[in-house]
Structures are given as C-alpha cells and as structure tokens.
Design a protein around this ligand. Structure first.
Ligand code: GLU
Ligand code: ZN
Length: 292
C-alpha cells in the first residue's frame, strides 16, 4: 500500500514511558515497512492534565530514539475552531444535544448514560456537556491483528460526549476529525484504546467518511496489572540511552533480535526493524508485563 499514512498521537501529560515507546515504535514500523509516512500529533486537549514542557520533551525523546516523523507536528490546541464548527453543525441538524446530567446521576442510573437529556431540548451550553445521538451502536470492529473485537453493548449504545461540561473537546471527536484531516489510513495504538474505537467508528459514519484500519498493540502493564501511564507515574524513558529501551520494546513487540545488536547503533536497529516487522509476530495477548 504506497499511500499508507500512520501516526503517533501522544498526550503531553508527562514524559514518554515504556508503553508510549511501544506505541511509537509499533506505529513507526507498521508505517515504514510499507514505505508509508509516519506523522506525530500532539494531543494537547486537556490543559489541566498537561505537564509544563512535556510536548517539547516528547519530541526531543522521539528524536533521541531515532524516530523521525514526516510533515509538521500538529497541535490539537490549535484546532479548537475546527472541532467547534463540526459540533455546531451537528447541534443545528439535531444530531448533537446538550446534556446536564452529572457523573453522579449517571452512576445512579446504572453506570451508563441512558439518553436522559435527548428530548429535553436544552439550549444553554452553561454547565452542559454535548452528546452525539447514537442510533446504530458499533458493537464490534475489525482489528488487523485480533480480527473481530467486541465492544460492550451498554457502552456502545451510549450517546457519547463530544464536548465536556468544562468546555474541553472530547478526545474521540478530536482524534477522528484530525485523523481524517491528516489523511491517516491506519491507526496503530495501545490496546487501552479498544473501547473508544466503537465511538470513533460512529463518528466516521456521521462524517460520511470511510473508517481507517485499526491495529491495537499489547499494552504494557506494571506488576499490579495496571496500565503504565503518566497518571500512575510510570517512569520516563531515558533520553540519554535509548538503545536498551528500544531493544526491550522491540522484544515486547515480538521481534527475535540478532545477538550482535548489543553493538549496533539505533539507526541500524530501526532499519532492521522496518525490514523484519510483521503483524504476525505480535503476541496474541492484549497486555503484557513491562520487561523492566
Ligand atoms: N492521545 C492518546 C493517548 O495518548 C492516543 C490517541 C490515539 O492514538 O488514538 O492515549
Ligand atoms: Zn443528560
């Protein structure tokens, strides 16, 4: 596929950790093994959860790791007008509506939003979230590695949030609008993002756009079985010695590495990775322990 365009889309809530390097490398190998482009998009949608300087640090880390991206980096914080325009269009056409339910109320009604505000005709954005009507829930999708993946029906049925009560744009909306705008053909990311995939496919349908291909990589988990994340303080990867992390991440992605890699440089290792990468090598499980 000569027109492959993939991407890595970190949120600058902290420095990159082992799990982020796995996602970066997996998406990089998948793109570059098909002579594709690999873009980087900074998902700086949620200022309260961002760490000062993290976006710059992330880009510096990718460079130190030999992961050079194509085109200019896109920042979601620069694209609010574009997200709002789409929301306004859906509000006008009645596909989206204001919702004043609190998290607590939703919890009390069984944990899933049941459409309470669908027909209330609320017109004030103050203190309201904006939801999109889901009339055809997406309960499964095709993944390049895992074939059919099921999504919990109650979750799939929910009218989901596209703009939050606090005025921030929802991740699902921004990701799909940007993936379309950037011409992304395949999304390669961690298995922690399987759940929102149904909602994202819904958005593609509303936007009359063919959905991308999906490939979900095994998620690196800590000794308690929890996802490594910036929120639970996963250690930042070492900026000064990328090689050991790259080698661990490649083994995590199912590569059997040649013995002489201990003395190879990272350009050589990455080029070898692009040549030898194949989806079949990926472990079948959706999560695996972080190797260090
Ligand atoms: N920004 C998201 C994250 O860091 C990833 C988005 C995606 O790959 O779709 O978890
Ligand atoms: Zn509501």
């Amino acid at each position: 596929m000569p027109n492959y365009i993939g991407r890595f889309a970190p949120s600058p809530s902290g420095p990159l950790h082992f799990g982020s390097i796995v996602a970066a490398l997996g998406s990089y190998f998948q793109a570059k093994s098909q002579q594709g482009q690999w873009l980087v998009r900074m998902e700086d949608l949620d200022p309260p959860r961002e760490m000062q300087g993290a976006a710059t640090l992330i880009l510096k880390t990718l460079e130190a790791y030999g992961l050079h991206w194509d085109q200019d980096v896109i920042y979601q914080s620069q694209r609010h007008h574009y997200y709002q325009q789409q929301i306004d269009q859906w509000l006008d056409s009645g596909l989206a509506y204001y919702c004043q339910c609190t998290r607590k109320q939703i919890k009390q009604s069984g944990g899933f939003y049941q459409g309470h505000c669908r027909t209330l005709g609320l017109s004030s954005p103050n203190g309201c979230a904006i939801r999109l009507m889901v009339d055809e829930p997406i309960t499964q999708f095709h993944d390049q590695k895992h074939a059919t993946i099921q999504i919990q029906p109650d979750l799939a049925k929910e009218d989901f949030i596209i703009k939050r009560r606090d005025g921030l744009f929802a991740y699902n909306l921004a990701v799909v609008l940007d993936d379309i705008d950037q011409g992304i053909t395949e999304v390669v990311r961690g298995a922690d993002l399987i759940e929102p995939t149904g909602r994202q496919i819904n958005l593609y349908r509303y936007l009359n756009h063919a959905e991308v291909n999906y490939l979900h990589l095994p998620l690196a988990v800590n000794s308690h079985g929890n996802k490594l994340s910036k929120q639970n303080h996963a250690p930042a990867v070492d900026l000064d010695s990328p090689k050991p992390v790259i080698l661990f991440a490649m083994q995590f992605l199912g590569f059997t590495l040649p013995d002489d890699f201990q003395s190879a440089n990272i350009e050589h290792i990455l080029a070898w990775g692009c040549q030898h990468w194949h989806i079949n090598q990926l472990p079948n499980s959706l999560s695996a322990p972080c190797p260090f």
